[in-house]
Design a protein around this ligand. Structure first.
Ligand SMILES: *Cc1c(COP(=O)(O)O)cnc(C)c1O
Length: 360
């Protein structure tokens, strides 16, 4: 084409998401009903039934634009979290908030600091703004917080910590995160991405929201709440930071149905508890299966686990042929691993059977 996009665009990598079931079914001529997707850390129990009821009840109002300010969701969530409403910023998934951070903080001759095996979106957004990504090597597949603190310089605008971390499933000691937060200079934003925090015990959580002006905590309705398809995420931070982020968001960035469903899901603690049980059991099931087959795993505290099957991309392709979708990890510098989301006991078994089949 003759168009003239910015010159660095051609170097940008495009995020490789988990493959949708229907897409793989079409590609391979498989029956969707016989397939399982364990690729995107979704809730295998589905959305909260309360959220489904709220979606149905709101369906006939969908000719109307949403409330751009997310008033009722803001009030309800603020109350549930015990934070002032003006400290919340909502996005089309917390991914959108990461993008808004790019608008507010990133440009050429700045940098971000992140762990080399952490959520790759941080880097992709930074690359789009020509900001440098300072990747910090991992310790035991987890964040090396001391090395991350040391990597911060005068050009650093944001340091990203995903806790629990995706894709490795590692968890940081809450005291270590709190100590790290005191080392981040006041001029640098510490983003604590807590996409899986609802799956942890209270004493495992650092609870750093609003503890310092330069901390933004990111959360999502996509994982524990089972609403990934609706795209609702949020951040908790200083009201002035929230205003900066809001300056760049689309006026109607969170759908009306998403707002209704998320508000209903917040109060459904039973549903989250059920997922916690399924996750605990599923981690035990997959860890035992891996151990029985001499496949090393990275110990996980959340609803996915890294398996060192060797030749990750090949395994991913072979499993796909068996109708089981997992995630290859070569994009994260882990070519020998696959990442498997925890499903129901039957789904996990389906994966184990398919793995046995392809390894035989
Ligand atoms: C899933 C995930 C998110 C959030 O995704 P959204 O669906 O956009 O809310 C953010 N960070 C991490 C580390 C995740 O795994």
């Amino acid at each position: 084409m003759m168009l003239k996009p910015k010159s660095h665009i051609q170097d940008l990598r495009i995020y490789e998401p988990g493959r949708p079931l229907e897409e793989v079914a079409r590609e391979l001529g498989l029956d969707v009903g016989t397939m399982v997707k364990l690729a995107s850390n979704e809730n295998p129990l589905g959305p909260s039934p309360k959220a489904v009821a709220a979606m149905k009840a709101s369906a006939s109002d969908m000719h109307l634009y949403p409330d751009g300010g997310c008033h009722y969701l803001r009030q309800g969530l603020a109350q549930a979290l015990g934070v002032p409403p003006e400290t919340l910023v909502f996005g089309c998934g917390s991914n959108e908030i990461i993008e808004l951070l790019g608008h507010v903080f990133m440009e050429a001759d700045t940098n971000i600091v992140m762990s080399e095996q952490a959520f790759i979106i941080y880097h992709l957004i930074a690359a789009g703004w020509r900001a440098e990504t300072r990747f910090v090597p991992v310790v035991d597949h987890g964040h090396d917080l001391d090395a991350m603190a040391a990597a911060i310089d005068e050009k650093t605008r944001i340091v990203f910590v995903a806790n629990p971390n995706n894709p490795t499933g590692t968890l940081l000691d809450p005291d270590a995160v709190r100590a790290f937060a005191t080392k981040v200079p006041d001029e640098v934003l510490l983003v604590l991405d807590e996409a899986y925090i609802e799956l942890l015990e209270p004493q495992q959580r650092p609870e750093l929201q609003l503890k310092r002006d330069n901390i933004l905590v990111l959360r999502t309705f996509s994982k524990a709440y089972g609403l990934a398809g609706l795209r609702v995420g949020y951040g908790i931070g200083h009201p002035e930071l929230v205003r900066c982020l809001e300056a760049f968001r689309q006026p109607f960035n969170v759908t009306a149905m998403g707002q209704h469903a998320a508000l209903a899901a917040v109060t459904d603690t039973e549903h989250v508890e059920a997922l916690c049980r399924v996750t605990r059991d599923g981690l035990a099931q997959l860890s035992a299966a891996a151990a029985a087959r001499d496949i090393p795993v990275v110990p996980s505290c959340v609803n996915f686990i890294l398996l060192e099957t060797g030749r990750g991309r090949e395994r991913f392709e072979a499993l796909k042929q068996q109708g089981v979708i997992v995630r290859p990890m070569d994009g994260y510098g882990l070519p020998e691993h696959i990442r498997v989301s925890i499903g129901t006991a039957e789904e996990n078994q389906r994966f184990i059977d398919a793995l046995d089949h392809i390894l035989a």
